[in-house]
Design a protein around this ligand. Structure first.
Ligand code: B12
Length: 212
């Protein structure tokens, strides 16, 4: 892997708030695509932060700081991924499930969907099934993207799926899940329609579902 990407990874992992912007610019100057910087640099760095949290080397304050480091870098990358035909492929209601405030992955997914032609209605984090259903009804969106990172909060996915069924919209509205605690198996268990491991996969799955 390129040195400059490793530096971004390291900056996230070592919580280097003051250095991150310069290192991201250095990658862009080298011609590395924004998506590669996000996936190989930033996401990988966050993965390492998560591992250190798990082993007790890092604490909650470090997770918060890691989030801030990433927030410092994202606007630079977002600007480089200017939306093309935004909105042409339809509307997607996007949210992190109730009880879960992780937003970085959701924001990356939203950014990529937007660049790839979807109008993304981002409801933010810790969003109840009721709010999601209301947004679907209000906007006429036929796709829902749910992000979930906390295994204790996966019930939020089922609540959204159930509310779509109860509203009689199951045939028209598709629910796609993603985030660290989700999987193909969880998708089946929750009765969702799609699962994506990465933001790139998210685009492919939404493309497939919106074509059906
Ligand atoms: C940063 C971070 C935080 C920050 C978040 C800051 C922010 N602004 O978002 C803060 C400090 C808030 C935080 C808090 C907590 N966290 Co935290 N956090 C993380 C960390 C280190 C990184 C998460 C991240 O942003 N990853 C990078 C992004 C890019 O990855 P991603 O979200 O998975 O998204 C990608 C894919 O999954 C996919 N994707 C994501 N969403 C979607 C949606 C769709 C539709 C699709 C198709 C795809 C898709 O595409 C994305 C890009 O490729 C993870 C470690 C990890 N390995 O995930 C722990 C982690 C998620 N946190 C954890 C925990 C335990 C907590 C706390 C409970 C800690 C505590 N004791 O309070 C709290 C919970 C607060 C709450 N109520 O939500 C655990 C969860 C364990 C579990 N299985 O439940 C983890 C795994 C750490 C660990 N290893 O223990 N955290």
């Amino acid at each position: 892997m390129k040195e400059s990407l490793i530096s971004v990874q390291k900056a996230v992992n070592e919580l280097m708030f003051d250095e991150i912007k310069g290192l991201v610019f250095a990658c862009l100057d080298e011609g590395i695509p924004p998506l590669e910087i996000i996936e190989a640099g930033i996401s990988k760095g966050l993965e390492l932060v998560g591992e250190q949290f798990e082993t007790g080397t890092y604490f909650l304050a470090d997770l918060v700081m890691a989030g801030e480091v990433v927030k410092e870098a994202m606007p630079i990358l977002e600007e480089k991924m200017d939306p093309g035909a935004a909105g042409q492929k339809g509307k997607i209601v996007l949210a992190t499930v109730e009880g879960d405030i992780h937003e970085i992955g959701k924001n990356i997914v939203g950014m990529l969907l937007n660049v790839n032609g979807y109008e993304v209605i981002d409801l933010g984090v810790d969003v109840s099934a009721g709010k999601i259903l209301a947004a679907v009804k209000e906007t006429g969106a036929r796709l829902i993207g749910l992000s979930a990172l906390l295994s204790t909060m996966i019930g939020g996915i089922k609540e959204v799926v159930d509310s779509v069924v109860e509203a009689g919209l199951k045939d028209h509205v598709k629910v796609v899940i993603g985030g660290a605690c989700t999987s193909e198996q969880l998708k089946e268990e929750m009765g969702a329609d799609g699962y994506g491991e990465t933001a790139v996969q998210a685009v492919k799955i939404f493309d497939k579902l919106s074509a059906t």
